[in-house]
Design a binder for this molecule. Sequence first.
Ligand SMILES: [Zn+2]
Length: 108
Amino acid sequence: MKTLSVTSLYTCGHCKRQLPPEAFYTVRKTQRPSNYCKECRKAISRRQRTAEKTHLLDAPTLPLSYPVITDIEEKELRMRLIMKAIRFVQESVERKRRNEALRMMNEE
Ligand SMILES: [Zn+2]
């Protein structure tokens, strides 16, 4: 007699297909199959990578307005604004570094 192992099929949360466990990656943390099947996972990460690339290319307008600052006539004010912008960048770099260090500690 043929036993249909319907119970061992998982439904992909993305394409809604019922697939065997082999079609899913195992989540290391939970040791359970991921919510999305391998195909969907791949499609999603590919799309995300493309989106990131496009985002980087499409983002010439940073919150920092260097070109505008250098248009300012008054020399002293201009210098002050530039210094402020530099400090802003340094602070955000430091914040990022701190967050990374924290994350590494948590992962260990
Ligand atoms: Zn899927």
